[in-house]
Design a protein around this ligand. Sequence first.
Ligand code: KDG
Length: 339
Amino acid sequence: IVLPGMLVLGGCGASKSGGSASGSGKSGIQQRTIKAGIGLNEDHPEGQGMIKFKELVEKKSGGKMKVQNFFSATLGDDQKMTEALQGGLQEVTVPSTSPLVGMIKEYGIFDFPFVFNTEEEAYAVLDGKVGQELLKKLPEHNLIGLGYWENGFRNLTNSKHPVKTAEDFKGLKIRTMQNEVHLDAFKKLGANPSPMAFSEVFTALEGKTVDGQENPLATIKSSKYDEVQSYLSMTKHVYTPFVFLVSKKFWDGLSEEEQKIMKDSAVEAGKYQRDLNRKENEKALKDLEKAGMKVNEVSDAEKEKMKEIIKPVTDKYAKKFGEDLVNQMMDEVDKARNQ
Ligand code: KDG
């Protein structure tokens, strides 16, 4: 178990070029192999997005640039793969933003519970000024960010009882991502959170080291948590983005043409991935019910109560991450909501 306080990713050499999507000065397309890894399985919309990315890169480069995909954390968890990118040992990974908060604290604003009501509100922030400004913080950590894909709204599963009210969190041992906001928010609700890499979650649930976990429906289904969890509570408590990362060492060696192929493919595959993810979340709910999970809704009034309980946590972290940035995010959400 790695505690959030320890989450400092290495390899933070300052960069001169800033790693923008243009200006490498080189031209042409070389034979290249791009090693890409994710934590989720191939059948998950993120896995399908990676397959689309591979198709696009290979097509746009006339077969010269090859993508080798590795799924199911075979290259390691989000944090390990991010470090491999920084060291130039791997070219691409698409982690949740949450485990990156030890490196770029501002990413923590996306971990505030109950900010977004719909995916469209999240897209407005991620594809707008706030999300794009945060991508600019990556090059100084030897990373290039080509945009945001979708992990999605997270819901709670556990093996003990349905969670319908804020009270129901009390005493539940819940695996959280390695992220201080998640950890403190679940503590505040009276749960007993345990931060853990994604690749360890199934075994922890099966062995009852923890009672529950929280993830989007597509992940609950793809990772077969229904085999080890009885209750699914539709808390929809937080929206997690994925960020498409490229090793800056690799990026800086690419020609402008090659950089464009990478960027266009990541964006196009991202649109496909987001659409697929929303569809799969709907389908997954039915499949999980069919598989025997007991599903319960959580009322808006109860979600408001949870939000109130967590408020001291979000207030504390808003100060840490920057109140201006949080206000900017909330303004963009309001705009998208009232459109
Ligand atoms: O491929 C992404 C996964 O490694 C991870 O980010 C999934 O949301 C996730 C979690 O709970 O760790």
